[in-house]
Design a binder for this molecule. Structure first.
Ligand code: ARG
Ligand code: ZN
Length: 851
């Protein structure tokens, strides 16, 4: 049951207009739908409407009840003779029994929808594909006490009261949209309201809708929305187009949020924030996701995707846009470091594993499985590379052309690239391989000096991936620069070179001193670079490079080299890392947020990614040893950094965030040093904090340790936040991520905790998802971690296949481990595949992971 990109055909029938009439009730919702359909081109095929779990109660053609229809599996087929007809259907659905959280479902007493990618067909029969664009009229009727607020896409047109305690509201969306952008919400909600006046003078009513007790936690999201609206006008010339823009926060949601036209629906974790319950990370993520969904209004809604193989057209571009927005709100360098860390943590392993796929895939079994780091984050890197190649003015001209040319249509990645070529005056023929070839390119860069000349030899290799054994060379935009190894002075301006061949050489003449190479500055290409730089070169760059990302990168490379050496050869020479960290830590000219990022050791799993065979326990021990040495050797410096980062009271600003980050990083090193007062310091930070960032920092430090204060802190945290689901997620997550030896055992106990449930996706991810990326605990040689996760995923699949399938990849990494572990991981995947009634989401992920 595979869908292929090459099989694309235009829709047989178009639906220029649709009217929906929903009589909402959690147990039984009536959906009456009228479709105005038009035959597309010359053919005699019947009207085929997608359905999923629907039973037609009645079908009318041109106003008359008909029996001339049949089901083809879940879909409704209606033979039609003319070229335009009116079709009316009626179905009944039960939102309160919808545990998949796709289509219309109930969450904490409200009713809401999630239709992307194929959820609309769970609400009504429709050609549920993104290239069928319609004008929507929606009438909602519901009990007025339970559902006093009735929202849908577009503008509110009319409302009224009915007998029997019911009321209704009608919404019209004047913009053409595909069914995946349909949304409705009904509930007992209140709004934090605001207004935004667009650049052409349109006043937009903004509303962030939540349950009454959460109203005080919505200011940050509302502020972020206004910033986003202004930013898209300034940077892309894109203006909002309706009179209202609503966002609703719901507790049960399969992913982050959804860009439904004029009615974004959000996972409440990306809306609700106050200093007592949300970390700086949460605040930043809220702003980024609010921006992301808002930006989709143009990159996704006004211009949508022709088919789901083009998903990165909207997602890659929109991630690039939200990353640029966030970079503009604070430190661009720190934002880039965070984004690259995220790419390396999720996309690189995906690209190197059994689920690797191109940014524009060629086939899928279940499209939900393709909302991946490759589509989103590598997709964003592909857009970023084109922006780099074109430069800012031409890139803006190209996006103007794209929005202008494809407004109101469903476009392809190819359409986007053609706009880049035309407005940019460049030929991107070879560059297009970024869309078709999977796998992370590897570049080796060797700098050889001969007197006053230096020769840089570059080689690229794109590794084989499933279904793509042989690769062609890619276009890799590499920013590079040379620094004098003696004076530290730049020896040339930064150059942008395009590596297009398998191998290329560059000559540098008239050098007055030994050069040190700074390459892939700003992470200009999403690749792995191997160089012949020594520990001394890397330490030098970590102190002197004038690109902050490159400084960070040099330090990371130095740490990685050191750690990989100690894992493989048992080496413990930590002097170079200690000196480099000391330099950065004591450089008062540096932004503290940058320092905090730079002095952090690479994660266990990123260290593992550098090795032929991952050795979880040895990696953990090598990393702990280096942490301890850094802690001891620089104890005075960590304490100074800690003291220097204390603040009188909470403030959300880039510098205050940087200070809090460095404070907790320093606390971690003080604890690693084994200092006698470390536990008390962590406990004091935990209990005296006036914000969640510091409190969580204290808690996680204790949770990794063995102090009696650990239990006390966990209990105090639990008591304080019992009843706040989003904060309890942090409580579960901190324990699932613990580096302690007994984590697997603790996590197994936590599934029996009265606050644990698989039916809330955030809760499931906070324990099961977090545990499965805890390399040491998950990969315990006994295999208990694998068995535990497989048991949980089999149970979760029965409720919510989408969320379950997302958690398969850690088990799919078996090839990276020794035979004993690999066999145990495979056995669990096989057990999953053999489970009766398995969803196609899970089947696709688990069976592909076995290949
Ligand atoms: N379009 C949404 C966003 O990026 C996410 C939808 C995810 N859908 C899915 N089936 N996984 O903001
Ligand atoms: Zn998106």
């Amino acid at each position: 049951n595979v869908t292929r990109r090459e099989d694309y055909n235009e829709p047989d029938w178009r639906v220029p207009e649709i009217a929906l009439d929903l009589d909402l009730d959690p147990a039984a919702t009536r959906v009456r739908t009228t479709l105005w359909v038009e035959r597309g081109g010359v053919h005699d095929r019947p009207l085929r409407l997608d359905g999923d779990g629907l039973t037609a109660l009645s079908v009318k053609v041109d106003g008359a009840e008909t029996m001339d229809w049949h089901m083809d599996g879940p879909n409704l087929v209606v033979p039609l003779s003319g070229s335009a007809h009116t079709i009316e259907t009626e179905v009944e659905i039960a939102p309160e029994r919808n545990t998949q959280l796709q289509g219309l479902y109930a969450s904490s007493g409200m009713l809401c929808t999630q239709c992307e990618a194929e959820g609309f067909r769970r609400i009504t029969f429709f050609p549920d594909r993104p290239d069928v664009l319609s004008r929507y009229k929606v009438k909602l009727t519901a009990d007025k006490t339970r559902f006093p607020v009735l929202l849908a896409n577009g503008d509110p047109i009319a409302q009224g009261e009915l007998d029997g305690g019911k009321h209704w509201a009608e919404w019209h969306d004047p913009f053409l949209k595909p069914s995946y952008l349909f949304a409705l919400v009904a509930g007992d909600l209140v709004a934090n309201r605001g207004t935004f006046t667009t650049m052409s003078g349109r006043e937009v009513q903004l509303g962030i809708w939540v349950r009454a007790p959460d109203l005080a936690k919505t200011d940050h999201a509302l502020h972020a929305l206004k910033l986003s609206m202004a930013w898209d006008e300034k940077v892309y010339g894109r203006e909002y187009d309706l009179d209202v823009f609503n966002i609703v926060a719901v507790d049960d949601f399969n992913f982050g949020a959804m860009e439904n036209k004029g009615l974004n629906v959000f996972n409440s974790r990306y809306i609700l924030a106050d200093p007592d319950t949300a970390t700086d990370y949460d605040y930043d993520a809220i702003a980024a996701v609010v921006a992301h969904e808002y930006f989709h209004n143009w990159s996704g809604n006004r211009v949508t995707c022709r088919d789901w193989f083009q998903l990165s057209l909207k997602e890659g571009f929109t991630v690039f846009r939200d990353q640029s927005f966030s970079a503009d709100q604070g430190s661009a360098a720190v934002k880039r470091i965070e984004d690259v860390r995220g790419l390396r943590a999720s996309q690189f392993p995906e690209d190197a594993g059994p689920l690797a796929h191109p940014v524009r895939p060629d086939e899928y079994i279940e499209i939900s499985n393709f909302y991946t780091a490759t589509i989103y984050n590598k997709g964003a890197e592909v857009i970023r590379m084109m922006a780099t190649i074109l430069g800012p003015e031409k890139f803006r001209a190209a996006t103007d052309l794209y929005f202008d040319r494809f407004d109101g249509t469903a476009a392809t990645c190819e359409d986007f690239v053609q706009c880049m070529e035309q407005a940019g005056g460049v030929d991107l023929t070879q560059f297009r391989r970024w869309y078709s070839q999977a796998g992370t390119p590897r570049v080796s860069a060797t700098l050889a000096q001969e007197g006053g000349r230096a020769r840089l030899s570059l080689r690229q290799l794109v590794p084989p991936t499933p279904g793509q054994p042989v690769k062609e060379p890619m276009v890799l935009p590499l920013k590079l620069k040379l620094f004098g190894g003696f004076t530290g002075r730049p020896m040339c301006d930064e150059q942008l070179i395009l590596l297009k061949e398998d191998a290329q050489e560059l000559l540098f003449e008239n050098l007055s001193e030994t050069p040190v190479l700074s390459i892939n500055r700003g992470f200009s290409a999403p690749i792995v670079v191997e160089t012949n730089r020594t520990a001394k070169d890397l330490a030098f760059l970590s102190a002197h490079d004038d690109d902050p990302f490159a400084r960070y990168e040099a330090m990371q490379q130095l740490m990685l080299d050191t750690l990989v050496t100690s894992v493989t050869n048992g080496g413990t020479d930590h002097a170079a890392v200690i000196e480099a960290v000391r330099n950065t830590l004591t450089d008062s000219a540096l932004d503290r947020a940058f320092v905090a990022e730079a002095v952090l050791l690479p994660s266990d799993s990123f260290i593992g990614d550098q090795m032929a065979v991952v050795e979880p326990e040895a990696i953990f021990r090598a990393r702990e040893a280096l942490r301890a040495d850094l802690g001891k050797a620089l104890e005075a410096e960590w304490r100074a950094a800690y003291e220097g980062s204390l603040a009188n009271r909470f403030e959300y600003s880039p510098s205050a965030k940087g200070a809090r980050r460095l404070k907790t990083v320093s606390l971690g090193y003080i604890a690693a040093s084994g200092a006698a007062d470390a536990d008390q310091l962590a406990f004091d930070q935990f209990s005296l904090a006036d914000n969640m960032t510091d409190r969580q920092g204290g808690l996680t430090t204790l949770v990794n340790g063995a102090s009696p204060l650990r239990e006390e802190a966990l209990e105090a945290f639990y008591q304080r936040y019992q009843g706040n689901g989003l904060v309890l997620d942090k409580w579960f997550q901190a324990q699932a991520l613990s580096t302690r030896e007994d984590t697997a055992e603790m996590v197994e106990r936590l599934v029996a905790h009265r606050d644990f449930t698989l039916s809330n996706p955030n809760r499931a991810r906070s324990l099961i998802g977090a545990f499965s990326v805890n390399q040491r605990a998950f990969h315990d040689v006994s295999g208990r971690g694998y068995r535990f996760v497989a048991d949980q995923l089999i149970a979760l699949d029965k409720l919510n296949p989408q969320t379950a399938a997302k958690l398969i990849p850690p088990l799919g990494r078996w090839k990276r481990f020794d035979e004993a572990r690999a066999a145990k991981m495979r056995a669990e995947l096989e057990r999953i595949v053999a489970t009766p009634g398995l969803s196609k989401d899970m089947f696709e992920q688990a069976s592909k992971s076995l290949d």
